[in-house]
Write a protein that binds this ligand. Sequence first.
Ligand code: SAM
Length: 268
Amino acid sequence: MESNDYLMESEDEISRLTAKTDGKALETQARWAGVEPGMRVADVGCGPGLTTALLRDIVQPGGEAIGIDRSAARIEHARQHYKAEGMRFVCRDISDSLLDLGQFDFVWIRFILEYFRSNSIEIVKNISSIVRPGGLLCLADLDYNCLTYYGIPPRLERTIHMAVRKSEEEANFDPYAGRKLYSYLYDLQFQDIRVNLYPHHLIYGKAMEADIFNWAKKIEVISKKFEFLFGEYPGGHDEFREEFNAYFRNTGRFIYTPLIIASGRKPL
Ligand SMILES: C[S@@+](CC[C@H](N)C(=O)[O-])C[C@H]1O[C@@H](n2cnc3c(N)ncnc32)[C@H](O)[C@@H]1O
């Protein structure tokens, strides 16, 4: 695959992203980061639009939320499903200039920089250009993404780690995006920087259906993309998937992934 293709692209990506969005968690995170009624907000890499709709509700009355994504299919879905005053969606590549969209009081980018390992600082610089002086830029991403499992069979863990390594090398994926966010804001001389850490995945006991769907999709999409060798599985991909599903449904396993959020103010 090309390194600038979106790693998780699949025909089920609209359902995966919608199902895994926890509206309450997003609201808590966005309010902590400084979103307030009346603001003009950009949701950079908005996917199928649910996150933009949630941000739009927080900025009422009087505010506006614009969702930006490169996927024509997800933007079309967003336009069809989330219609309200003070909200619109634009199909754009966030590597390109976004200056024609105007200036924003708050720019939010969540679960995107992990797909830009080698050039995330360029993306951050680009989106910082649409934050108005005195406005807020909020970067949110995972750390140790797909790497923290306990109670996992060793060959399963080795195979998953190999898939993550391949994603780093061949698809520009960054499993350690979260830990870099503070420094990006610091280096760009943002002020009043605050950082918070939330448990994004905290999976023990019975897994929720949304988590089972999300992780099964991740495994399916990534393993299909790389066709990586299931050398430790005589039964190939099917045996690997069966072992993963059994691990995921075992109520004694433990999985966590920290979400790191950094929010800072653009100098006047
Ligand atoms: C994991 S989703 C994030 C969705 C949402 N931000 C959330 O918090 O759930 C990543 C999104 O980034 C978009 N994306 C990836 N590369 C992009 C690019 N170069 N320009 C614009 N959007 C991009 C993908 O199309 C996808 O919808």
